[in-house]
Design a protein around this ligand. Structure first.
Ligand SMILES: [Zn+2]
Length: 195
């Protein structure tokens, strides 16, 4: 372990999404881009987290290729969340990564004791487990909560936050810190351009 629990930025999420959407947020926030702290840089850091999140079966090894794939899925999901903040739609490369996960996944309908029907991804492989997140996204897209999960509009940050603002118009993970930093930078750039 290169870092103890509680020392990763996401261990102290300030604007957490409600369950189960918090699982998507947690995956994308495994990297703090601003301080270059990546839980998926090393297998030894990534593996226990993926098992804890039920994205990896405890009996399945995590290869370097598998880890690189999870990193690609993470950035593909971030591309969707950048779009939720008003950024460009996800590119073909990002969509291909998610389509790969979708193609490898298997989903089964289950009926609980109250008769409620739920979709669940089945299978032990990494992609089959990741497909479970696609079910979460699909449900959120239908119930309208998906658009409130956003990637920070600051290019240097891109932290994923739950938009709690009344008009759903939030763009920054933290207006006081990230929003002001960005505004100051833009202000300086405009002043330079004006000179
Ligand atoms: Zn931010």
């Amino acid at each position: 372990m290169t870092r103890l629990a509680g020392q990763w930025t996401a261990d102290n999420e300030t604007r957490p999404a409600p369950a189960p959407l918090d699982r998507v947020q947690a995956l994308v926030n495994t990297i703090d881009i601003e301080i270059a702290q990546d839980r998926f840089a090393l297998v030894e850091d990534a593996r226990p987290w993926l098992v804890e999140q039920h994205l990896l079966d405890a009996g399945v090894p995590l290869t370097e290729d598998g880890l690189a794939h999870v990193r690609a899925v993470r950035e593909a999901l971030r591309a969707l969340l950048v779009h939720n903040t008003g950024g460009p739609p996800p590119g073909a490369g990002h969509l291909d990564v998610l389509r790969e996960v979708a193609a490898a996944g298997r989903v089964r309908a289950e009926i609980d004791d109250h008769g409620a029907v739920e979709l669940r991804a089945v299978g032990p492989s990494l992609d089959e487990r990741l497909a479970g997140l696609l079910v979460v996204i699909r449900d959120a897209q239908r119930d309208g909560t998906w658009s409130r999960l956003k990637a920070c509009a600051n290019d240097d940050c891109r932290w994923v936050f739950w938009d709690q603002s009344r008009n759903r118009g939030g763009s920054w993970c933290d207006m006081a810190v990230c929003g002001n930093r960005l505004k100051n930078r833009d202000f300086r750039a405009r002043r330079r351009a004006a000179r």
